[in-house]
Design a protein around this ligand. Structure first.
Ligand SMILES: Cc1cc2nc3c(=O)[nH]c(=O)nc-3n(C[C@H](O)[C@H](O)[C@H](O)COP(=O)(O)OP(=O)(O)OC[C@H]3O[C@@H](n4cnc5c(N)ncnc54)[C@H](O)[C@@H]3O)c2cc1C
Length: 420
């Protein structure tokens, strides 16, 4: 009886979870179609400065996967692409993928002449709007494929400067989308997470006070290729902060926003304290928290970082955040539940530890979701999920559940081979 998998598996999302599922399936001898919405692979991890608990750079892990995907005939990669339709049943799904339009082709050498010719700028979403790029840009982080991309939404009408200047004929502003159909045995959704919109937590001042930022913005500031060249600075005047408050559970475990715990924000704050400790050890840090949740090996990480830092831990919820007009400083009012006193203190910079919301926009509505929008593991029907769109968590848990989803998909693929 031949039980070799015949039909490929579709993996949606090229973050750490989708990449893991793809390479694990490839390792087991199963072909993969990998579809990534953006112009480059790597997902949110590519935007981090370092990974806890080892504090290694984001290239660690992602590069290894990219090496296995490059020049691998068994993994068909579509970037700048979306899955628009999934029909069929377990073992035999028909999927439609919209690819492109690819305005910049494989002929691109990333020479950058198109960027020099491009006349418009736009806020860079990779750096959460803290910097700008031209409409023609090289995707941030670890660009793969290494090729420029273009944000057509901001191109002036009739402009074709990039097309005219490209000596390799790599730019085609009239390119159209291409539609592909595949028959696959299983589908793994690994579309990840997005930061909860801090502007919706009105009392915490994001968007209203220049020196209130979010944890994901701090990751970009701390990165050497980020908006501040690796130094954490106040947005209002560019000065390194002498005092920083971290507000934990910003919008999380709150019925009005994210009712659940994203499980990584406490460890992410401890990691960001280690960035400050390395850059500006004299900076006074206060952490307002409900509970500091650092289970398992993250406990050791916490014990390593916190005692050496200039940190005050205040158990209590922040009630109000106000900007001081003259200094741009931020007054934070919170109750200290240990003393029962409510107090207001002033800081140079406030960091909101916002949680993760599942990213499901644009996915065909065939996946089962829970009350918060996270997708079910889907073992029964071969419509699986992996990584943070399944459950918020750190990289190691995303990699573990992606490996489990790959195994389930492999089983579906083997059965489809048997019945084919
Ligand atoms: C502030 C902060 C700091 C963190 N620091 C750490 C840390 O130090 N160590 C650690 O272990 N974890 C950390 N994490 C958690 C870590 O970021 C996640 O575990 C990891 O990003 C999960 O990867 P993922 O592949 O599930 O999702 P993502 O990284 O979100 O990747 C999903 C991919 O899917 C793509 N996509 C989305 N929608 C579609 C679609 N419709 N079609 C096709 N593609 C799509 C996206 O473009 C993206 O490339 C941190 C989290 C936060 C909030």
């Amino acid at each position: 009886m031949n039980l070799e998998p015949r039909k490929p598996v579709l993996v949606i999302g090229g973050g750490i979870a989708g990449l893991t599922a793809a390479v694990e399936l490839d390792d087991a001898g199963c072909a993969v179609i990998l579809v990534e919405k953006s112009a480059s692979l790597g997902g949110q991890v590519a935007r981090l400065h370092q990974y806890f608990p080892k504090l290694c750079p984001p290239t660690c892990g992602i590069e290894m996967h990219l090496r296995r995907i490059r020049d691998n005939d068994a993994i068909t990669l579509h970037t700048n692409a979306e899955v628009t339709e999934v029909s069929g049943t377990r073992g035999d799904y028909c999927v439609t993928v919209r690819v492109g339009p690819d305005y910049v082709s494989e002929a691109c050498t990333a020479c950058g002449e198109c960027v020099a010719a491009c006349p418009v700028e736009r806020p860079d979403p990779f750096n959460y709007g803290l910097t700008k790029t031209k409409a023609m840009y090289l995707p941030g982080g670890i660009p793969y494929p290494v090729r420029y991309a273009i944000d057509r939404k901001v191109c002036p009408p009739e402009c074709s400067a990039c097309e005219r200047v490209c000596r390799y004929g790599a730019v085609n502003l009239r390119a159209a989308a291409d539609w592909r159909k595949y028959h696959v045995s299983a589908v793994i959704a690994a579309t990840g997470w997005e930061p909860y919109d801090a502007g919706r937590i009105e009392y915490l001042g994001f968007g209203r006070c220049a020196n209130v930022v979010t944890n994901v913005m701090v990751e970009r500031m701390a990165a050497a290729d980020g908006p501040t060249g690796g130094v954490i600075r106040r947005p209002s005047d560019g000065r390194p902060p002498r005092s920083v408050a971290f507000v934990q559970c910003a919008g999380s475990r709150d019925e009005n926003h994210l009712p659940y715990c994203s499980s990584v924000c406490c460890a992410a704050t401890i990691k960001q304290i280690s960035y400050l400790q390395a850059q500006q050890p004299e900076t006074a840090i206060t952490v307002f928290y409900i509970d500091l949740r650092t289970p398992g090996r993250l406990e050791e990480f916490r014990n390593r970082v916190l005692p050496g830092a200039n940190v005050q831990l205040v158990k209590g919820k922040v009630a109000r955040v106000e900007e001081k007009a003259e200094s741009g400083n931020i007054a934070v009012t919170a109750e200290d539940v240990m003393s029962g006193r409510k107090a207001t203190s002033e800081f140079d910079l406030v960091v909101l530890a916002t949680g993760m919301a599942p990213r499901t926009q644009g996915l065909p509505a065939v996946f089962e979701a829970d009350e918060y929008g996270f997708l079910a593991s889907g073992d029964g029907d071969g419509l699986l999920s992996a990584g943070c769109v399944h459950r918020p968590g750190e990289v190691s848990s995303s990699v573990r559940n992606a490996t489990a989803a790959a195994l389930k998909a492999y089983q579906a693929a083997r059965r489809s081979g048997h019945h084919a």
